[in-house]
Design a protein around this ligand. Structure first.
Ligand code: NAD
Length: 248
């Protein structure tokens, strides 16, 4: 009897935070997983080792999502090592917060390059193969800031709102090919990204959350894994918030 092949997932920004939790979760769910990291090879190796513990094949590779060639090379390597990509998750993202009046041009462009162009680069690199195979699931990480806006984050919020419009448009384009495209919009999640929030700012942030706690990366990974899977076979173009009720 032929050996059953695992489905293949590719995750950007997999060495820490939500991306890391997603790599581990998808490996547990039986996917072979490729992921990229920006710089920290040691952290990536640790994630790869932990994920491989579930029996999955894992490929960790350095890539810069703001660079199309780098993302293309990542996708080629993942396809060669693991096979055609069934699931793509864009978790790589950065913040460069400042009120607009003090925003540096570089901080504006860098956030756009990583957050929004990064999503374009990955989706552009995987979508044609998915169309040929008439199946695929893409999950892009946005933010509640992209839905409602957030003071001090015009650059970040604009990039995250762009991801929502991009994902909905792509969902409309490729639904007929059996490809689903969804967006997850987290609130305050306990990762390195939010570790910079201190004292009063953290207290105020938590006070705005009805559940009175930050979310865990594993809780977001759970939602990503659900949207990626066939359990969500009739969900596309959705923007699912996971935010402890911050928006109600
Ligand atoms: P994090 O800072 O812990 O991790 C971000 C990851 O992206 C890291 O692995 C980093 O190496 C990678 N990365 C950054 N720039 C990159 C580049 N140019 N090329 C490749 N990789 C790059 O962040 P997180 O909290 O895990 O966030 C993951 C995603 O979720 C991001 O898109 C973020 O905007 C979004 N998000 C996070 C929160 C939160 O509260 N933590 C809330 C809403 C949305």
């Amino acid at each position: 009897m032929a050996e059953k092949k695992n489905r293949v997932a590719l995750v950007t920004g997999g060495s820490r935070g939500i991306g890391r939790a997603t790599v581990l979760r998808l490996a547990q769910d039986g996917y072979d997983v490729a992921f990229c990291y920006q710089a920290n090879q040691e952290a990536a190796d640790t994630v790869a080792k932990e994920a491989a513990g579930s029996g999955a094949r894992i490929l960790a590779r350095r890539a810069d999502v703001s660079d199309m060639e780098s993302v293309r090379a990542l996708v080629r390597a993942a396809e060669q090592e693991l096979g055609p990509i069934d699931v793509a998750v864009t978790a790589a993202g950065i913040t460069r917060d400042n009120p607009l009046v003090m925003m540096g041009d570089h901080d504006w462009h860098q956030v756009m390059d990583v957050n929004l162009d990064g999503v374009y680069h990955l989706c552009r690199s995987v979508v044609f193969e998915m169309m040929k195979r008439k199946s695929g699931s893409i999950v892009n990480l946005s933010s509640v800031a992209g839905v409602y806006g957030h003071a001090g984050q015009t650059n970040y919020a604009a990039s995250k709102a762009g991801i929502i419009a991009f994902s909905r448009s792509l969902a409309k384009e490729v639904g007929r090919y059996g490809i689903r495209v969804n967006t997850v919009a987290p609130g305050f999640i306990e990762t390195d990204m939010t570790a910079v929030l201190e004292g009063k700012t953290r207290k105020e942030a938590l006070a705005s959350v009805p559940l009175r706690r930050m979310g865990q990366p594993e809780e977001v990974a759970d939602l990503v894994a659900y949207l990626a899977s066939d359990r969500a076979a009739y969900i596309t173009g959705a923007v699912l918030q996971i935010d402890g009720g911050i928006a109600i």
